[in-house]
Design a protein around this ligand. Structure first.
Ligand code: XIL
Length: 351
């Protein structure tokens, strides 16, 4: 813990001493980066795209140095890919793939079927047949485009309601529950080698929603649907710490699926105080420990790595400071504690 305390003290000091801490770069020794310390069987990812990828060299350097996987934060969502019917715009997603390839990173595709980010020209008034055909077309077109370049897809995203039942969405209303199995089968046909995930929030601990997801995945597996993994988004806050994430993830793993932490961030009520940053660090560590404790945890991904481009402030007014790096790209205690955790894990794991 000594390193952590030093790191925290340094962080608090940096507030008054802007510009002293360099973000990691491609030149850093692996022992100084998250990517360098992550066990070989677990990817460490960050959601990215957007303006900073083009505009900010420090952003690119940190993304490349600390992470060996990238999730498309928005670039692969349907509304962005196909703003007008039939006219796919792959510019942003191709850009992300090129960046990842240049930097030896895997790409996690996000997300094929969701109640949100549906193009405005797709209408619930359509016949079920037409709607299903449009959804299928989208899944097949997108997965085929990136066949062999995307290691895993969030095939369906956020399909469970708080009480554990299926979410009331256009897809459920018009197509019935079978749209979920269909989407997995379409994606599997389009790229048989891609790992196919079901992704959800509010399921990291032992919640009703997690129980509902568990039943759904168990049923899909029993029916032979190609579901390979369960993604735990983990958009967390300090006053709602997930209960027993290790036990929870293990029960999913026991169904024969991989698990992954897919969208971790820990939002703070602003203004963030130093002690809140320490609690935030502990929560990041809590989730990393959970992933490392489950043998089939395949990846650990943060939803944005810098407060300069996190989705939180736009979506949760009054909250922010959710990421591993601050808005000036200085490492926060959370990033230092993850490094510490990875070092400890390496020391404790027989090689
Ligand atoms: C968010 C993006 O981060 C924002 O930029 C966008 O405006 C809305 O979507 N769960 C998900 C992600 O699965 O796709 C969401 O991403 C965050 C919550």
């Amino acid at each position: 813990m000594a390193l952590f305390l030093v790191a925290c003290a340094a962080y608090v000091g940096w507030d008054r001493d802007v510009g002293q801490a360099d973000p990691p770069s491609g030149q850093d020794a692996p022992s100084l980066t998250l990517r360098g310390l992550m066990p070989g069987n677990v990817r460490i990812g960050a959601a990215a795209d957007g303006a900073l990828l083009d505009a900010d060299p420090r952003y690119r350097a940190t993304l490349a140095a600390d992470f060996n996987a990238i999730t498309a934060e928005n670039a692969m969502k349907w509304a962005n890919l196909e703003p007008t019917p039939g006219a796919y715009d792959w510019t942003a997603s191709d850009r992300l793939i090129s960046f990842a390839q240049e930097n030896g990173q895997a790409v996690y595709g996000h997300t094929l079927v969701w109640h949100s980010s549906v193009p405005p020209w797709v209408s619930e008034e359509w016949s079920a047949e037409r709607l299903r055909a449009a959804l299928r077309q989208h899944v097949v077109t997108t997965v085929t485009r990136y066949r062999g370049q995307v290691w895993a897809w969030d095939v369906v995203n956020e399909v469970i309601a708080e009480d554990g039942s299926l979410r009331d969405s256009m897809w459920l209303r018009r197509l019935g529950p079978s749209y979920i199995a269909d989407a997995f089968r379409w994606a599997h046909e389009a790229d048989p080698d891609a790992r196919l995930f079901i992704n959800e929030y509010g399921v990291e601990g032992r919640t009703k929603k997690a129980n509902g997801l568990f039943k759904l995945v168990r049923g899909l597996r029993a029916d032979g649907v190609p579901v390979h993994g369960v993604g735990f988004q983990a958009h967390l806050r300090l006053d709602a710490v997930p209960e027993d994430p290790i036990g929870n993830m293990r029960r999913f793993a026991a169904l024969g699926v991989s698990v992954a932490v897919t969208e971790l961030d820990v939002r703070l009520a602003l203004p963030a105080k130093p002690e809140m940053l320490l609690d935030q660090a502990l929560l990041y560590q809590h989730m990393l420990r959970a992933c490392l404790a489950v043998s089939t945890c395949e990846s650990f991904t943060v939803w944005g790595f810098t407060d300069a481009s996190s989705w939180i402030s736009a979506h949760y007014p009054g909250y922010g400071a959710a990421c591993l790096y601050d808005k000036d790209m200085r490492a926060k205690p959370a990033r230092d504690l993850l490094l510490h955790e990875l070092r400890t894990h390496a020391d404790e794991t027989p090689s």
